[in-house]
Design a protein around this ligand. Structure first.
Ligand code: SAM
Length: 267
């Protein structure tokens, strides 16, 4: 994990992010937009990235603040916003900041962390700091949606460290670059529940030149009961737990996601 202004884990790939096929096809946008609509806004998206969820939310008429540590991801988001109407643009506020320590001088009806930004936090201290900040920014009666993956036990015992797995279709960028992305777990810190992950991008330029871009980061996995205890410690009550963005209940599929909808249990 990095401090604001230092090394940015998303720097090398921010301009590729919106073209990655599994990101482009991720079936969570409708879920988060509906939750934003139901909340009435304003919404805070923690780890908003390039605006994959934030921009459709603003298009749906909801005021939304996006907080992100990566100036490169935020730059892509700002550029995308340029193509939106003035009405959409005025509903959005972008803040470069750290989810472990932020003060926005505003409260929100809904706080979301779509697509696992929380799992970039590798210690309980960081997780509690983040949840504490969110708690302070949540309006009375407001909701938190914490979106993390459900660790698959079979995967956690695999030992093919460093093996690059290519399961995704190639994608192209508007300037003609073609990209094949592979992923690998380079090591696993079982004691601290951390997978050290690399997303490796093999880029071919239209003139045949080649480049290898690596996004390397630690990813903390959390189990259901652990996340529930964390939320309780931070002053939240879990109201729903979904296994998928179609609202399938936890346990209905394996491994599925862990999508917690929580309210404040105390102020
Ligand atoms: C997988 S992306 C998700 C982006 C977006 N929510 C989406 O659904 O596409 C995770 C995001 O979390 C951001 N992030 C990681 N650590 C952070 C921190 N400590 N504070 C704020 N943002 C952080 C990254 O910069 C990145 O944009």
């Amino acid at each position: 994990m990095t401090e604001k202004g230092s090394y940015d884990e998303y720097m090398a790939i921010a301009e590729l992010y919106d073209y990655v096929v599994p990101y482009r096809e991720r079936a969570d946008v409708g879920f988060f937009v509906q939750a934003a609509r139901e909340s009435g806004g304003p919404v805070l998206e923690v780890g908003c990235g390039t605006g994959r969820v934030l921009i459709p939310t603003a298009r749906a008429g909801i005021e939304i603040t996006g907080l992100d540590l990566s100036p490169h991801m935020l730059a892509v988001c700002r550029e995308r916003l340029q193509a939106e109407t003035k009405e959409v643009q005025t509903r959005v506020r972008l803040v470069e900041g750290d989810m472990r320590q932020f003060e926005l001088a505003q409260t929100f009806q809904l706080v979301t962390l779509p697509f696992r930004p929380f799992q970039h936090l590798t210690t309980v201290e960081e997780q509690m700091a983040c949840l504490g900040c969110i708690h302070r920014h949540l309006a009375k009666g407001g909701k938190l949606i914490l979106d993390i993956f459900n660790p698959k036990l079979e995967t956690l015992v695999e030992k093919d460290f460093g093996k690059e797995i290519a399961e995704e279709p190639e994608f192209s960028l508007p300037d003609g670059r073609r990209v094949i992305r592979r992923h690998s777990v380079v090591s696993r810190d079982v004691a601290n529940q951390i997978n050290n992950v690399e997303l490796v991008h093999y880029v071919t330029f239209p003139d045949g030149r080649k480049e290898r871009l690596v996004q390397a980061f630690p990813m903390r996995y959390l189990f259901k009961f652990e996340a529930e205890h964390l939320l309780a410690r931070a002053g939240f009550t879990v109201e729903q737990l979904y296994a998928d963005y179609d609202k399938s209940p936890y346990g209905s599929k394996y491994p599925g996601e862990l999508i917690f909808v929580a309210g404040k249990s105390m102020d």
